[in-house]
Write a protein that binds this ligand. Structure first.
Ligand code: FPP
Ligand code: MG
Length: 327
């Protein structure tokens, strides 16, 4: 069979796996209380690209022995990571005072912060409850480390709000913890559940971590340069909340004199249009995008750890979409 035909088979397996993930997700979150059930159904709208479950299943298939395959454990773990992700989004929208996500109203906008905080707690609690069904304490332990890192990333970010001296290394460490550690763990867990060796498992983590960093840089670029209709969520929140992101940091590293003063003024005045214009014309936006593309390229070089060529081909095209996306 040709590589293209094999790739089609894996794509179909993946689609089937993602449907099973959705069913596991919905079964876990159903509640006999309509007040709870309605909120869960609303939060399920946040399930967009399913990037994390996709990476977990693909990583499992790419490292399995014999033909590419995943197990029920992969499906449960994939539903778990998506639920963790969803919990973080519900809480993140409270922190960012965001009103729109995936083209609809956020939970905090519709029902207020109190409900959104407890719904996020309910989702994280359910995620660990669901994960316990796999019966593998190492999986729970690993995901506990991941959620600890996520919260640390957010706490460091909060502690550096409105800090114009935030440097590139600290920004990247925040991004690594708040986003990339979970994405890396998805690839690692997929491989581990397929019985991959420690070296392959850690190579898979490394691929996912890199894709996660690039993904968040692009997310931050969309917050600065995108429009709400296309992106489908509230934008301009980073500037509003005093979060410096890569294009601004690169610009402040490079510029001096009047150009630097103009950037600082736009930040202090929360003037998103001026900041965007300054960072576009100085090339800082393009440099940040190039930085993200370089990271994706490094991840791509590590794809040899996935010994199934048809899965590698799908990973490869997914990698492109991490930076080249408008939403
Ligand atoms: C998105 O940032 C936010 C994250 C990737 C992490 C958020 C994590 C928390 C709020 C901690 C809560 C943790 C648990 C375990 C419940 P963003 O605002 O840049 O992305 P956005 O553009 O999608 O809003
Ligand atoms: Mg946000």
């Amino acid at each position: 069979m040709t590589l293209a035909a094999d790739t089609n088979i894996v794509t179909e397996q993946l689609a089937d796996g993602l449907e099973r993930v959705e069913r596991a997700f919905e079964a876990q979150l159903s509640s006999t209380f309509p007040a709870v059930d309605t909120l869960c159904r609303h939060a399920e709208r946040y399930r967009g690209k399913m990037l994390r479950p996709t990476l977990l299943l693909l990583s499992g298939m790419g490292t399995s022995t014999g033909v590419p395959a995943f197990t029920e454990k992969h499906v449960i773990a994939a539903a778990t990571v998506e639920m963790i992700h969803m919990a973080t989004l519900v809480h993140d929208d409270v922190l960012d005072e965001a009103s729109m996500r995936r083209g609809g109203a956020t939970v905090n906008f519709l029902r207020g912060n109190e409900t959104a905080v407890i719904l996020g707690d309910y989702l994280i609690s359910n995620a660990f409850h669901l994960c316990s069904r796999v019966g593998d304490p190492a999986l729970n332990l690993r995901l506990g480390e991941v959620t600890n890192a996520l919260c640390e990333g957010e706490l460091v970010q909060l502690s550096r709000r409105h800090d114009l001296a935030l440097d590139r290394a600290t920004y990247l460490e925040i991004v690594r913890r708040k986003t990339a550690v979970l994405v890396g763990a998805c690839c690692e867990i997929g491989a581990k559940l397929s019985g991959a060796s420690p070296s392959v498992t850690s190579a898979c983590y490394s691929i996912g971590e890199k894709l996660g960093i690039a993904f968040q840089i692009q997310d931050d670029l969309l917050d600065l340069t995108g429009n709400e209709e296309t992106v489908g969520k509230s934008i301009g929140r980073d500037l509003e909340k005093g979060k410096l992101t890569l294009p601004t940091i690169l610009s402040l590293e490079r510029e001096s004199g009047a150009a630097r003063v103009a950037v600082l003024r736009a930040i202090e005045a929360r003037d998103g249009d001026s900041l965007k214009a300054l960072l576009l014309s100085s090339g800082a936006v393009e440099s940040a995008r190039d930085f993200a593309r370089d990271i994706v390229q490094k991840a791509r070089l590590e794809l040899t750890s996935l010994h199934q060529p048809q899965v590698r081909a799908i990973f490869d095209s997914l990698a492109d979409q991490v930076v080249d996306r408008a939403r």
